[in-house]
Design a protein around this ligand. Structure first.
Ligand code: ZN
Ligand code: ZN
Length: 584
């Protein structure tokens, strides 16, 4: 009591002392600063606001020209200056984290505009199809939707004029992607979702015509760039980011305690140790799956041969979604029985067929409500296999066999992304909710896989009621190895000139992936940088931290309490979570 009275007194003294020097503010000012900045941020980045369910500025399409970039830089500078008025050490742990998250974001603007410069080489960033869809989801003011769309679309000719000027050194890969995606967006306007929306409301469709023409003009420009690059008339920019820019992006996007190079080393060691564990399991399972074949001597080949046999246990293509629906309640039950993390029965997970506008990449993803739409449904989107050729469907189903499909459901849903996002939505800090760290999010999902296996999910596998713990671990390791290799692959491609052949060898021979899986990953690694590192980097930090806490607390350690607390901060970088963890 007395102690806190004195520290309050000292704080008052400090505040009043510093206020006579006209600077240095504390917690209470920080709260209003945050609110002011967020509202200003939405004006500055209206399409981001739309994406998180804040619809006040839906009608604005910022023009990506020099003036726009100057305005973004001025915004960052203004708020970095405001941040400097606060004494970091005097802030509460939560505000400290917010402070660092805001600083990181604002500093990222300068990197993005002056060094990374993707506006000059990545044509796909000019696709706004997703934003158009989100504008139609405005539940707060549905009467405003058509007017917002009209104003937004009226800006598209100026928007694409600026985009054309920006693209001074396009890459072939992003140009190809942009042509595909923008063609899809133009179809939304001509006869797809957006056109239907106008028709339903009996609205004038003039703006749809204007925007379609603008998109088509831009696509024609891209087609032209593409054929110039393919014929050798124009030298495309390399899709490889290069070590210097990559390391900086890694620090900004991931905010890890490790550098990109260190994570590459850690991932490489991890790969070796996983292969050793998988070799032991494959040896045990050999006679069960290959009784009449002499044991293969080469260790990677031995693992691969057993995996190929185990993977034949998969559902029929028409049962894929049904199987996911069957497993969700089982996972839920397991969490409750083992008391692993707090669940929220009032926010059920809705399994649905992937909506058409989601690009149609078969697989699975989670769509969760943002901070402004907390009561909306969380969806588990399941890709349809209906249009797959028989061999492609078979390959997909072997990759997502009976065992891997369970790991996928753990990762995407319970207790992976779905559970994490529900906890994040309860975080009192809007900043932490908005600036979620991708590495924490993916790291949690990988950690969830590991935790479920450690807690005995492997014994829970229900194929023919026989225990298949070895199979389950083998496939878990394969899935985990994929995350580990994502880091190795991304770093090697962007910093070490890894060739396509070397990449395919890493994925298919060393990580036992199906060809279709590996080809898709190669494509994705060329189009993105750093994001593929988020999985293993986040996992590594969460898992290592939990083991430390466990050791420190000994008998008092409680897994559920740990998990709930870990998720209670929203999803900032683990570096900051560690700082806050002991102080709440
Ligand atoms: Zn089959
Ligand atoms: Zn994920």
């Amino acid at each position: 009591m007395i102690k806190s009275f004195y520290s309050a007194l000292i704080l008052i003294l400090l505040v009043s002392l510093s206020s006579c020097h006209q600077a240095k503010k504390g917690d209470s000012e920080f709260e209003s600063f945050k609110l002011r900045m967020v509202d200003d941020m939405w004006k500055q980045y209206p399409n981001w606001a739309t994406g998180v369910g804040y619809h006040k500025y839906d009608s604005i399409l910022p023009i990506p020209d020099e003036a726009g970039r100057k305005s973004d830089l001025a915004f960052s500078k203004r708020y970095l200056d405001s941040l400097n008025e606060f004494i970091y050490d005097s802030l509460s742990p939560m505000n400290k984290t917010d402070y660092l998250l805001i600083k990181n974001m604002l500093e990222g603007t300068d990197y993005s505009i002056n060094e990374y410069k993707s506006y000059t080489w990545d044509a796909s960033q000019y696709n706004f199809g997703g934003t158009l869809f989100e504008i139609t989801q405005n539940k707060d003011d549905s009467n405003a939707i058509i007017g917002n769309l009209d104003k937004f679309l009226a800006k598209t000719p100026a928007y694409f004029e600026a985009a054309k000027k920006n693209l001074t050194e396009p890459t072939l890969e992003h140009t190809t992607l942009a042509i595909q995606q923008l063609t899809g967006t133009s179809e939304m306007l001509q006869y797809g979702e957006i056109r239907e929306f106008y028709t339903k409301k009996n609205a004038d469709t003039a703006s749809l015509g204007v925007a379609t023409k603008a998109i088509q003009g831009f696509v024609a420009h891209l087609e032209n760039l593409k054929s110039e690059m393919e014929s050798g008339k124009r030298k495309p920019k390399s899709f490889r980011l290069g070590k210097k820019l990559y390391e900086k992006k890694f620090n900004i996007d991931i905010t890890s305690s490790f550098s990109a190079d260190e994570m590459y080393q850690i991932a490489s060691q991890r790969k070796e140790s996983l292969q050793t564990d998988m070799f032991a399991i494959a040896t045990r399972l050999w006679d069960k799956y290959l009784p009449n074949t002499p044991m293969e001597a080469d260790s990677l080949k031995r693992i691969k041969m057993v995996i190929d046999k185990v993977a034949l246990q998969h559902v029929k293509r028409e049962d894929f979604q049904k199987e996911i629906e069957r497993q969700i309640p089982m996972l839920n039950q397991f969490i409750l029985e083992k008391d692993l993390v707090t669940m929220d029965a009032s926010k059920p997970l809705v399994v649905r067929k992937e909506p058409a506008w989601m690009a149609g990449v078969a697989g699975a993803s989670i769509s969760s409500p943002g901070p402004y739409a907390k009561n909306a449904n969380t969806y588990y989107n399941v890709g349809s296999l209906a249009f797959y050729a028989p061999e492609a469907a078979e390959s997909f189903l072997r990759e997502y066999n009976q065992f891997t499909l369970q790991i996928l459901n753990i990762h995407e849903a319970i207790p992976g992304h779905y559970v994490q996002l529900i906890h994040a939505n309860k975080s009192p800090s809007i900043i932490q909710n908005l600036l979620q760290n991708g590495s924490f999010v993916e790291g949690w999902a990988l950690y969830a896989e590991r935790m479920m296996m450690e807690e005995g999910w492997d014994k829970n596998t229900t194929i023919n009621k026989t225990e298949m713990s070895d199979e389950m671990w083998l496939m878990y390791y394969k899935f985990h190895l994929r995350g580990v290799c994502n880091t190795i692959l991304d770093y090697s491609i962007h910093c070490q000139n890894m060739s396509e052949e070397q990449a395919m060898h890493l994925m298919q021979v060393e990580a036992f992936q199906e060809k279709s899986e590996a080809e898709g990953k190669w494509r994705r690694a060329k189009l993105t940088q750093v994001q593929l590192c988020s999985y293993f980097t986040g996992f590594n930090e969460i898992y290592t931290f939990r083991e430390e806490v466990k050791k420190q607390m000994g008998d008092k350690f409680n897994l559920k309490a740990f998990n709930d607390k870990l998720l209670s901060f929203g999803a900032p970088p683990m570096k900051y979570v560690k700082e806050m963890f002991g102080k709440f």
